[in-house]
Ligand binder design. Structure first.
Ligand SMILES: *Cc1c(COP(=O)(O)O)cnc(C)c1O
Length: 360
């Protein structure tokens, strides 16, 4: 039977996730495998979140609260907005898809950087929109060129801050200048998955732009510093009007009951967040110094990962590391991205990289 697939969907390539540990163990018969590929929390999940999950198990036969009353209220209290401004996603990834479906008619444009989070382009294409791709300058978003790229057809502008995979950020001052040039028909998407790791005092307060009533949405996730990537839960804070439209396409039970429960507990787990930041800072220094000692110049990062030029085909080095039981991410060309792990994992990674370079 002949399939009739929309050409925009046929043109997509499936997202390639970081390789799971068990898959590599199976493929290469390795016992020790270290995964530093998906920017997961080196410390593991929030202990408070883990502690409450069991309480939810007995009621798994029930549908989740589709309105996620408690979690949305807690997020609203945290950011001093109203609960109607909060939307949950099955990971913040899902909200990116809701945005594309809500705002893009065929041929509408969405402005984004190259390189940035690959999901933006996928979701825009799947919604039959047109991705308008603006190269980075010195590994950072080129906000002037992004503003220049806005047309009557532009509906979305994606600002990944700090940016994945580069780890770089744009400052409050730069964002204010950008916003001054953005017409009302464009929704600015502040994807801040690594917000809690940022150290710079220049980082924008993007929630303030939403509170001013701008057409903007701030995306945050429980997958990174809260350590709940496996549960799939993230959120957006936006205007009541935008939230209302997004809720029309949101699947009714997209945030599962265990995820809602765990996220509520994790949100208050300041100790786990503080520990995670501290471990990350120490690990970042360790990895950056180690990379420099190997002769590399890693890009300064505000996140829990670091991006660097290996000076040769990155895929070859990625493969050599895999064979040594270390999973990192090859993004393109000579660039590798490595997530900051615990001290011992970072040490093993650096040693394996040294070894991989000699073998290559
Ligand atoms: C990890 C990540 C997300 C969030 O992913 P979810 O697990 O779907 O919440 C969103 N944006 C960027 C840039 C990320 O790196």
């Amino acid at each position: 039977m002949t399939l009739h697939v929309h050409p925009d969907i046929a043109a997509l390539s499936p997202y390639v996730p970081g390789k799971p540990i068990e898959e590599l163990q199976r493929e290469l018969g390795l016992t020790r495998v270290i995964k530093l590929a998906s920017n997961e929390n080196a410390l593991g999940p929030s202990p408070r979140a883990v502690a409450v999950i069991n309480e939810g198990v007995a009621t798994l036969h029930r549908y989740p609260d589709g309105g996620a009353f408690r979690l949305r209220q807690a997020i609203a209290d945290r950011w001093k907005v109203s609960a109607e401004q909060v939307i949950l996603g099955n990971g913040s990834d899902e909200i990116l898809g809701l945005l594309a479906r809500t705002f893009l008619s065929p041929g509408d444009e969405a402005v984004m950087a190259d390189q940035t989070f690959v999901i933006y382009k996928m979701e825009v294409m799947a919604a039959h929109g047109k991705a308008v791709i603006i190269p980075l300058v010195q590994w950072r978003h080129d906000l002037t060129a992004m503003a220049d790229a806005i047309t009557q057809r532009t509906r979305l502008l994606f600002l990944c801050n700090p940016n994945n995979p580069t780890g770089t950020m744009v400052s409050a001052e730069e964002v204010v200048r950008l916003l001054a040039r953005i017409p009302e028909h464009v929704v600015v998407v502040f994807d801040e998955a690594y917000f809690e790791y940022v150290r710079s005092s220049e980082f924008p307060d993007s929630m303030a732009y939403v509170k001013q009533g701008r057409n903007a949405i701030v995306l945050r996730t429980f997958s990174k510093i809260y350590g709940l990537a496996g549960l799939r839960i993230g959120y957006g804070v936006t205007t009541p009007e935008i939230a209302n439209f997004l809720n029309r396409v949101r699947p009714p039970f997209n945030a599962n009951s265990l995820a809602q429960r765990a996220a509520l507990a994790a949100l208050d787990d300041d100790e786990h967040v503080a520990n995670s930041r501290a471990v990350n800072q120490a690990g970042m220094d360790q990895v950056v110094n180690g990379l420099r000692a190997l002769g590399f110049a890693p890009i300064a990062s505000e996140t829990n990962f670091v991006y660097f030029d290996v000076g040769r085909d990155g895929h070859g080095v990625f493969d050599a590391l895999l064979r040594l039981g270390v999973i990192v991410r090859h993004i393109e060309g000579r660039m590798l991205r490595v997530t900051i792990g615990q001290t011992e994992e970072n040490k093993i990674f650096l040693a394996a990289l040294g070894q991989a370079l000699q073998a290559d």
